[in-house]
Design a protein around this ligand. Structure first.
Ligand code: CTP
Length: 395
């Protein structure tokens, strides 16, 4: 089944008669679960109206780079970061030339240059333009730059010619877009992920907690689902909707989180939750009254969920997260050893908590890999790929 659940897609439309098919493509992407924002070049608007694309996408269409109103709503850099995929369909010969040369003179080309997300184009043009030497050289450059090229197909063209240059059908384009996210590297494996904060009750109305948003854990759950895994997400309270396709278990306290994790068997366990290290020794039965000038709370240590799972039998491949404010690599290395983990992902707590983007270092015995600043969605996919390859080489 075609799945683009929760994927943010910029659908770029350039000037060409195939632009009328972009309407159907937009509909199919949304049907597959994606959020779509449409960006149209000046020429594209001669073939299909922004109003049509706005009605289908449910979002305002972006057409101008230097539009103060549009920039105030969602600036072009923000839009570039938002995207999990930029799909340009149709991509004209002129657009391919601009992209091959890194030009950024309108909104769509600027987004392509500014975004770190995967970029796919569906060329559509007359067969002579497609076979033109310059176009073929541009195509080679784009392929070398890692840009995904969907099509073109051969057949009868709008201009009456017959040959290569027809845009692929919307269904095929939607399927190829979905395939970019399906690595299948965890097919058939059970993955348990903890996410979010825990809440440790002080009394019936108060608790101790932390700022974890749950975004990284939820992004990993989605990436693991996309990679073919059967995913259980054990989450503390967050404002995020449970990702599609996961078995979702909502918990509050560290003790509840541990019990939920121990009740599952996992091939891979990923501890992303910011588990409260301590809980009040005794939660008060009634609301604590402010009857004294000072109040002392006795706290006791919570069990370490990750370390507990890492000593279970059979033992899953265990991955931890270390959000640190200082000595990042050193502290993470200590946790890797002390908790007997297979891998730990370290990141800067202040730059990570609550943000949509993060950088990270993955450490394991005898190796490491650095991930530059990117969306948590993309980072999650990279981490899942790495977990799959490390697991394969150790087992
Ligand atoms: N973790 C856990 N249970 C705990 C504490 C932490 O499962 N009670 C997991 C986290 O989910 C994370 C890893 O252990 O994957 C590291 O968490 P972190 O809070 O960075 O480290 P702590 O072990 O709590 O150490 P400290 O707070 O002293 O840095």
């Amino acid at each position: 089944m075609l799945s683009l659940n929760n994927k943010n897609i910029i659908l770029g439309i350039t000037g060409g008669i195939a632009a009328y098919k972009s309407a159907e493509l937009c509909r199919l992407l949304i049907k597959a679960g994606a959020q779509v924002r449409v960006v149209m070049t000046q020429a594209a608007q001669e073939f299909i109206t922004p109003l049509t694309m706005q009605s289908l996408s449910g979002n305002r269409v972006h057409t101008q780079l230097l539009d103060t109103e549009a920039e105030a709503a969602m600036g072009h850099i923000e839009l570039a970061r938002w995207a999990d995929l930029i799909l340009v369909a149709p991509a004209s010969a002129n657009f391919m030339a601009q992209l091959a040369h890194g030009e950024a003179h309108d909104l769509l080309t600027t987004l392509c240059v500014a975004s770190r997300s995967p970029l796919a184009i569906a060329p559509a043009m007359n067969q002579a333009m497609w076979s033109n030497t310059a176009t073929q050289q541009n195509l080679q450059t784009l392929q070398q730059n890692g840009i995904h090229i969907f099509g073109p197909d051969a057949g009868a063209q709008a201009c009456g010619d017959i040959g290569l240059g027809r845009m692929q059908e919307p269904q095929q384009l939607a399927e190829q877009s979905a395939a970019l996210f399906e690595t299948g590297v965890l097919a058939g494996l059970n993955v348990v992920i903890t996410a979010g904060p825990t809440r440790e009750a002080v009394d019936p109305v108060r608790f101790i907690s932390n700022h974890s948003s749950g975004k990284m854990g939820y992004a990993l759950a989605r990436a693991a689902v996309d990679a073919g895994a059967k995913v259980t997400l054990v989450s503390g309270p967050t404002n995020l909707p449970p990702p599609a396709g996961v078995d979702f278990i909502a918990v509050e306290s560290a003790l509840q989180m541990l019990a939920a994790c121990e009740a599952r068997t996992a091939d891979i366990f990923i501890g992303v939750a910011a588990v409260a290290d301590y809980r009040p020794a005794q939660a008060a039965q009634q609301k604590i009254k402010k009857s004294h000038e000072t109040l002392s709370l006795e706290l006791v240590r919570n069990p370490d969920i990750l370390a507990t799972i890492a000593t279970s039998n059979p033992r899953p491949f265990c991955v931890g997260f270390a959000a640190e404010t200082e000595n990042l690599a050193h502290n993470a290395q200590q946790k890797l050893q002390n908790k007997k983990l297979d891998m730990i992902i370290a990141n800067d707590a202040e730059a990570t908590f609550g943000h949509d983007h993060a950088s990270a270092i993955a450490l394991w015995m005898g190796g490491e890999e650095t991930f530059t600043q990117q969306s948590k969605e993309q980072l999650a996919r990279c981490i899942i790929e790495l977990i799959a390859s490390r697991m394969q080489s150790t087992r």
